[in-house]
Design a protein around this ligand. Structure first.
Ligand SMILES: NC(=O)c1ccc[n+]([C@@H]2O[C@H](COP(=O)([O-])OP(=O)(O)OC[C@H]3O[C@@H](n4cnc5c(N)ncnc54)[C@H](OP(=O)(O)O)[C@@H]3O)[C@@H](O)[C@H]2O)c1
Length: 301
């Protein structure tokens, strides 16, 4: 599908993943990139008008309401951006015969699966408003009946935007001790890996979904970490890079129960990515390798 002449619409271009997609989608066609100012996803008629004018062959929706804790008190807004807008995008995509690539989250699961990573076929059961709004988005996209790829990812970080890595860097410069949750596990996944993978799979999509490719796929770095392990590595690398600037002397593991937040989070956020890697012949790097590669750029920001 995506060749040099393809018309591509990217939403959420100012977000962590959207920013990286600007780079990776560029070789695939003519990209129209919109942020909130160019296309507010709460505005149904603006979405429909833009899509009917542009007639893209591929829509990549990187926009989302991602404030997990705030969502508990802003459910209407979270559902408008995470469920209603994807429904409209999917309806218009189906009418145009376009592909829709959309992102979802590990938070569609309850996180109580013992030991193993979640498969796409495992029952969902979100335990917070954000997760419920993202699941509703997935369901609406499938219901629209068009060609679509939903990539569930997790623990996103990168050089552009606010994320866990940047928070830990700031706290390590300010505090002597950091207490970090050790009983939630997943895999940090960089915005650049998500964007690179998106472009790789977009390049493999046909003009229409003749091969039954549509559906949900898991996209997460290889390996497993707890937030505590991830924070420990970040502080260690920061100490190596700027020994004078780091106040933090120890990172302490704590249970999630000792760090209450408005939204509950899943304990197990591991996602099995075999379906994605097999269907699109991809390899997903270990989260540690990806982090080591990106850390200098994050620090430089
Ligand atoms: N971040 C994570 O850890 C994580 C984990 C799992 C899955 N995901 C999923 O991955 C995808 C990308 O996430 P991300 O980390 O790149 O998110 P992000 O950095 O928060 O970016 C989301 C973008 O959506 C835009 N947006 C929000 N409301 C909008 C509206 N009404 N109209 C238009 N644009 C709007 C935001 O604009 P403003 O900048 O103006 O607010 C922001 O640029 C999302 O689908 C997210 O649910 C993320």
């Amino acid at each position: 599908m995506a060749g040099s002449g393809a018309r591509i619409l990217l939403t959420g271009a100012n977000g962590q993943v959207g920013h990286e997609l600007l780079r990776t989608l560029a070789p695939l066609g003519e990209v129209t990139a919109t942020g909130r100012d160019g296309l507010d996803l709460r505005d149904e008629s603006a979405i429909r008008t833009l899509l009917r004018q542009l007639r893209p062959q591929l829509i990549v929706n990187a926009a989302a309401y991602t404030a997990v804790d705030k969502a508990e008190s802003q459910a209407e807004l979270a559902f408008a951006v995470n469920a209603r807008a994807p429904a409209i995008l999917a309806q218009e995509a189906a009418a145009l015969g376009a592909w829709l690539i959309h992102y979802s989250t590990d938070y569609v699961f309850a996180g109580d699966k013992p030991q193993a990573a979640y498969l796409e076929t495992d029952p969902t059961g979100p335990i917070n408003v954000y997760g419920r709004s993202k699941l509703a988005g997935e369901e609406a996209i499938a219901a629209a009946g068009g060609a679509h790829i939903i990539l569930r990812t997790s623990w996103v970080y990168g050089a552009h935007g606010a994320n866990f890595v940047k928070t830990i860097i700031r706290l390590a410069r300010e505090r002597e001790t950091l207490s970090i949750v050790a009983d939630q596990i997943g895999a940090p996944t960089s915005s650049s890996l998500i964007a690179d993978t998106t472009a790789q799979l977009a390049a493999q999509l046909g003009a229409a979904d003749t091969g039954g490719t549509s559906g949900v796929y898991h996209l997460q770095s290889a390996g497993t970490a707890s937030w505590y392990e991830f924070a420990s590595l970040i502080v260690d690398r920061l100490r190596g890079a700027e020994p004078q600037a780091v106040r933090c002397r120890e990172v302490l593991p704590i249970p999630a129960s000792a760090y209450p937040t408005p939204a509950r989070r899943p304990a197990n956020s591991r996602l099995d990515c075999g379906k994605l890697t097999q269907r699109f012949s991809l390899r997903l790097p270990h989260w540690r390798d990806d982090f080591e590669r990106l850390f200098p750029a994050i620090l430089g920001k």
